[in-house]
Ligand binder design. Structure first.
Ligand SMILES: C=C(O[C@@H]1C=C(C(=O)O)C=C[C@H]1O)C(=O)O
Ligand SMILES: [Mg+2]
Length: 454
């Protein structure tokens, strides 16, 4: 069980009990949220986050931490975060005239993949659950911009006006990458062996799917700056979610194609994503590969398990749920996936945290049945996934929010980076093919770190 909280963090958690929250939202002129993130390097490194949704219509950036939320009880972490959040909001003073999701007090953060895995040093700043209420936040929805400030103790509203003027003048370019010293692909032979062992279990037991991941380590000559990597992700993966969350000297970041759940008012969206194939070099080859994927029984099975689980997990929270019978293709640079969109109408009382809890982990990252698959991953993967493959996202004080699955992602810590990629194993998986699939999935993050390929 993990109980990693630095003294610093514990102190910040205590601010939750420090008094009344004052939150104040004002509209502002258009600005570049990423430039704002960069500009906060000196004042707020380790306390920033960035988020862009897949079509770019919604972006948020946060800087400075007004309060940190963690949970002392890993088994009840989803409820605990929710309870602390509700308590803080109960007597908060909120001035927000705008009915815009993602404005006003908002929590940004995520949960680790598996509370029972032995924690790795590199994830020590994240723990089992970590959420921030930012001091300063800029929200952009459909090109409307808002500034939110959160503080314990009364706020001087003139500060907001001052900030707005200051943001207008910001410019900047991220620093170039430091020199790459070494690159380590962890025990490939051992991983292939684990795949064989898992496939053997899948052939001889009731287990149907297990997702096995692996990691790469890159060591640089100097500490990494998260903006250098986000800048690359924003230009190279424009149709994915791009996210970053800093914690002390670490940053979890990535460009994920996979929405776990979005809730705005009563509208619920989720994504079933599993089953993969490379992109073609020509349009014709690309079409052929896509078509092969749409008809491949191994991939369709891998995908179908995700669809049924998501359906079962969301059904109790929704009055209505719409799920197409056949998957589509989702094409991203380097990879194409089988994709089934899910749409629903939430019951009035359904909370996004409860939905996240019931969805995590879907068989896109865990397996079927969930518990034995999780144990298999714990035993065979030989690593701590940390926040990789986990829910990461935001929720506002009105209960709107969105969480994605933190894949195509990596962690920076000081001058090191750890990249993660996995694949869904079923009974007819072939180890070498699955290895190639993980190589393709590493590609976007490797590029974001300035590398062409493995
Ligand atoms: C596990 C990852 O991706 C997941 C696994 C997939 C697969 O095995 O086909 C496809 C999409 C994701 O749900 C990853 O990118 O690391
Ligand atoms: Mg796969």
């Amino acid at each position: 069980m993990k109980t990693i909280l630095s003294p610093n963090r514990r102190e910040q958690s205590a601010t939750n009990e420090r008094g009344k929250l004052f939150s104040y939202t004002i509209p502002m002129d258009p600005c570049d949220l990423f430039v704002f993130y960069q500009s906060q390097r000196t004042s707020s490194t380790g306390q920033r986050f960035y988020w862009k949704n897949s079509d770019g219509s919604f972006r948020i950036v946060g800087s400075g931490i007004a309060a940190t939320f963690t949970s002392k009880s890993p088994e009840r972490r989803f409820e605990h975060i929710q309870q602390q959040w509700d308590k803080l909001l109960q007597d908060a003073h909120i001035e927000n005239k705008y009915d815009i999701p993602g404005t006003g007090p908002l929590l940004f953060g995520g949960f680790s993949f598996d509370i029972d895995q032995i924690p790795a040093d590199e994830w020590s700043s994240f723990g089992d659950s970590l959420f921030y209420l930012p001091e300063i936040m800029i929200t952009c929805l459909d090109e409307q911009y808002f500034l939110t400030m959160n503080q314990f103790g009364a706020l001087d509203q003139r500060e907001g006006e001052f900030l707005k003027q200051w943001v207008k003048q910001m410019k900047g370019k991220p620093n170039p990458f430091p020199k790459l010293l070494t690159q380590k692909e962890y025990d490939v032979e051992g991983w292939l062996q684990s795949v064989e062992e898992v496939v053997d279990e899948l052939q001889n037991t009731d287990m149907q799917k297990v997702v096995l991941a692996r990691k790469l380590q890159l060591d640089f000559a100097e500490p990494l700056q998260s903006e250098t990597i986000i800048d690359q992700l924003l230009s190279e993966q424009p149709s994915s979610y791009v996210f970053s969350m800093e914690a002390e000297d670490s940053c979890f970041l990535g460009a994920s194609p996979e929405r776990l759940v979005e809730k705005v008012n009563q509208r619920v969206l989720s994504t079933c994503l599993a089953g993969s194939i490379a992109r073609g070099k020509s349009e014709q080859e690309d079409k052929k590969l896509g078509n092969d994927l749409l008809h491949d029984s191994k991939n369709l099975f891998e995908h179908g398990l995700v669809v049924s689980m998501i359906e079962d997990a969301l059904r109790p929270f929704c009055e209505e749920l719409l799920i197409p019978n056949q998957p589509n293709l989702m094409k991203k640079p380097y990879i194409q996936h089988l994709y089934t969109p899910v749409e629903g109408r939430a019951k009035k009382e359904s909370s996004i945290f409860a939905m996240v809890q019931s969805l995590h982990p879907t068989p896109a990252l865990g397996g079927v049945p969930t518990r034995p698959a999780m144990k298999m991953i714990r035993d065979k993967e030989n690593m701590d996934r940390g926040f990789y493959g986990s829910p990461i996202g935001w929720t506002d004080y009105r209960g709107n929010g969105e969480f994605i699955v933190g894949i195509r992602s990596g962690l920076t810590k000081g001058s090191s980076a750890f990249l993660y990629a996995g694949c869904g194993l079923v009974s007819d998986s072939i180890a070498d093919k699955e290895l190639i699939e993980t190589r393709i999935k590493f590609q976007p993050m490797l590029r974001a770190f300035g590398k062409e390929s493995l």
